[in-house]
Design a protein around this ligand. Structure first.
Ligand code: ADP
Ligand code: GLC
Length: 477
């Protein structure tokens, strides 16, 4: 049994801005089910939501700050969660990384450096805890300094660093090296330095024993200039220690027992799915029509997700016999343009700006197709949720989307492997043509039900991926 400390900047249901939060609760749970002693550690943000009891464990110093370690459990599991409490850095009540205008907090370097040092104190059993990690599993740039700083320690745990999105690197002015008291040996070009700046993600990529990312296709992509954001050379250099392990999805995303949707359904009662469509239309003030083709989209509204491609399609898309339902928040310009279209086409388009877990489930259950025209997508979760709900994903051929969706073609219809619709070119035209292809096929119910059945029977459970992580931990010498 390994003692695994899983370090992350977000975890569902405590705090979530994207898929990292889903992975950070599902993967530890899946590892615990494989009989591993796994503990989750994250900052105690002001906005953190919790129902379980929280207990004080210890108090210790990190530089000038007093940090308290609090303990709770992941809901519906025995996984212990440690919260790093430092109100002057994490006490604010909003998004963990950005202010209301969407700008990064000016002290993010200090905030996450403190978090990393607190994780190290816990991992090394410096706080009289009687628990020393065998493995510290780090996730994204916010945890990047952990492998770097641990590399200087005597008898340190082994480290794994998972890249969920290489576009976010945690780059800060070179002057921060002294503010953060980063040891000299870490500051070279072969260390944290990146074009005169300090790169937190390089701490993970250079110093971790093993690097993973969240799909086999993204592993290949990040080793190219187009997707590597300047780190492709380093990743090629570390190729032997780099592995792609696809994310799974949590059992909460299942139409058979989803508590957020008015009508549960399964592969054997697919006819009941339409009750959720009517509920969705009712909730969002769209005309009630069980036959209309409903397109769902739930996303951070950022360029990565191809929101501009959708906007560029709009007048033509909205002239088709469809309804489109969008839930998201992010880039203010995208929010404004989407709002303008929904004001012009209120009978065809419903927009909900903000974050809404329950509406996200209803959209998955009530739509016919789900749109994910991402420019790049390390893994992506919604295309897998969609398949489980019999809501066929329309995706671009990239990253985890390419690994988890099978395009509908004559041969894949015939061999019953088709689960969605894929397009290659990063253009509004290609997206629109693919949506039209789906609209057309939707008018053949026998074929459509076959596709839904294929999609709903795919196995996206975490068990298989958790086993791959375990093998990886065990392979570190
Ligand atoms: P990313 O992490 O890049 O945002 P993923 O597909 O991995 O993309 O995960 C996104 C997760 O966040 C999904 O669980 C999705 O349902 C959820 N999500 C994104 N935006 C919203 C929103 N506005 N309201 C509710 N859930 C959202
Ligand atoms: C990132 C990626 C997304 C992935 C998620 C969880 O946010 O953008 O593709 O699914 O992390 O790994």
């Amino acid at each position: 049994m390994k003692k695994i400390l899983f370090a992350t900047s977000e975890a569902y249901p405590f705090i979530k801005t994207g898929g990292l939060a889903d992975v950070s609760s599902s993967l530890p749970k899946a590892l615990a089910e494989l009989h591993q002693d796994v503990r989750l550690i994250l900052p105690n943000y002001g906005a953190l939501k919790h129902n379980n009891e929280i207990n004080f464990r210890s108090e210790f110093r990190v530089g000038m700050h007093t940090v308290r370690l609090l303990e709770t459990k992941l809901p519906d599991s025995e996984v212990i969660v440690w919260l790093v409490d430092c109100p002057e850095y994490f006490g604010m009540n909003g998004n963990p990384y950005v202010d209301e205008a969407g700008d990064s907090y000016p002290n993010n370097a200090e905030r996450f450096a403190l978090f990393c040092r607190a994780v190290i104190a816990v991992a090394m059993n410096r706080i009289q805890h009687d628990w020393k990690a065998d493995i510290v599993h780090c996730n994204d740039w916010q945890t990047g300094l952990i492998p770097a700083l641990l590399s200087l320690e005597y008898q340190c745990p082994q480290t794994v660093f998972t890249i969920h999105n290489i576009a976010y690197q945690g780059l800060f002015s070179g002057l921060m090296a002294s503010v953060l008291r980063l040891p000299m040996p870490l500051l070279s070009q072969n260390g944290l330095e990146f074009h005169g700046m300090i790169s937190f993600i390089k701490g993970g990529l250079v110093y971790a024993d093993k690097i993973t990312t969240v799909s086999p296709t993204y592993v290949q992509e990040i080793q190219t200039p187009e997707f590597g954001y300047g780190l492709e050379g380093l990743l090629i250099y570390r190729n032997n220690d780099l592995k792609g392990i696809i994310n799974g999805i949590d059992a909460d995303w299942n139409p058979e027992n989803d508590l957020f949707i008015p009508q549960k359904y399964s592969i054997n009662s697919l006819q009941n799915k339409v009750i959720n469509k009517i509920a969705l239309q009712t909730q969002l003030n769209l005309p009630l029509d069980e036959n209309v083709f409903v397109i769902g989209l739930i996303s951070r509204l950022v360029e990565q997700k191809g929101i501009d491609l959708v906007l560029d399609c709009f007048p033509a898309l909205l002239s088709l016999p469809i309804q489109i339902v969008i839930l998201g928040s992010g880039n203010k310009d995208f929010e404004k343009q989407l709002s303008q279209f929904s004001a012009i086409y209120p009978h065809k388009m419903a927009l909900s700006l903000g974050y809404d877990e329950s509406l996200a489930h209803l959209i998955e259950a009530g739509s016919d197709v789900f749109l994910m025209p991402s420019r790049f997508e390390p893994c992506g979760l919604n295309q897998m949720y969609s398949q489980r709900y019999g809501t066929l994903p329309i995706v671009r051929n990239t990253g985890g989307l390419a690994d988890t969706v099978v395009d509908t073609l004559p041969n894949t219809i015939k061999d019953k492997t088709a689960t969605g619709f894929i397009f290659n070119e990063e253009s509004p035209g290609a997206l629109l043509e693919t949506i039209k292809r789906a609209v057309l096929l939707h008018s053949f119910p026998d074929i459509w039900i076959g596709l839904q059945t294929n999609a709903m029977t795919c196995d996206f459970s975490w068990e298989n991926s958790a086993r791959q992580y375990l093998e990886l931990y065990e392979s570190i010498e």
